[in-house]
Design a protein around this ligand. Sequence first.
Ligand code: SF4
Length: 302
Amino acid sequence: MNLIQIKAIDSSISGSTLSFRPRLPFWFKVDAKTGPDYLEIKQTVDRLNLHTICEEARCPNRWECWNARTATFLILGDICTRRCHYCSVETGRPLEVDQEEPRRVAEAVKALGLRHAVITSVNRDELADGGAAMFADTIRQIKRLSPGCSVEVLIPDFEGGEMPLRTVCAERPEILNHNIETVQRLFPAIRPQGKYQRSIQLLKKAKELGMTTKSGLILGMGERLDEARDVMRDLRAVDCDILTIGQYLQPTREHLPVLRFYDPVEFGNLQAEGLALGFRHVESGPLVRSSYHAARQTGKFV
Ligand code: SF4
């Protein structure tokens, strides 16, 4: 995405120097150490021919999370049918659905002894159910092989389809996550195939189906703080339980540049505001990602 397109996203941002990648503030320093737990996750994922969003999204927490034996599995392949301008997952025509993938994910969860498993997927808009049956099968197989393990699913919007959502919820995952990602005004530019209200309605429906619901917001893509607060209020209006708020980092030069860095104090303030709005748990910080410290949100500490 070039400079002109970025200015079209938010013409109120003037004088920004967008043609180079700004130096990261000091609070983004991470300890990129690969200990035995990190290596075990890497070997297990490779051995079972699985994908993780930790790697596909170049998550800055992968050393911390993997060293703490937490990872987020990416199902339905690693090619997405949508093109969101902040996301580093490859866009294109996906491969055939691998019906054995749920079993292999469940095997990995068992082999790693996870107490909380997070499952997400690429968008598969070409499938009639958007991949819902594969989510359902993955939850079932994890619960069969690892009965004590809680499951969190981070699902796409299924293009607003109610049946796919019901298919996933019928397996009773402990947490149903759907990320709103950005503010309503920026959806057409940043998530051109998504719809703000469609995502809000999905979370509303999931709540009506008895789910503990969760959503996430990425800051730094051109939003204003008052708009971010509107999102928080909209999420609470549909009784969303858990919120994550993190800083956008540009994955490559081809992606949307960072338009603002928020400092840790600002993230702390947003956390306090979220709790005051009634979220049960708010994880907010520069390095927070949707699945960061996810086990804590179940009341488990792993
Ligand atoms: S925050 Fe989530 S995506 Fe990032 S490394 Fe941790 S588990 Fe993986």
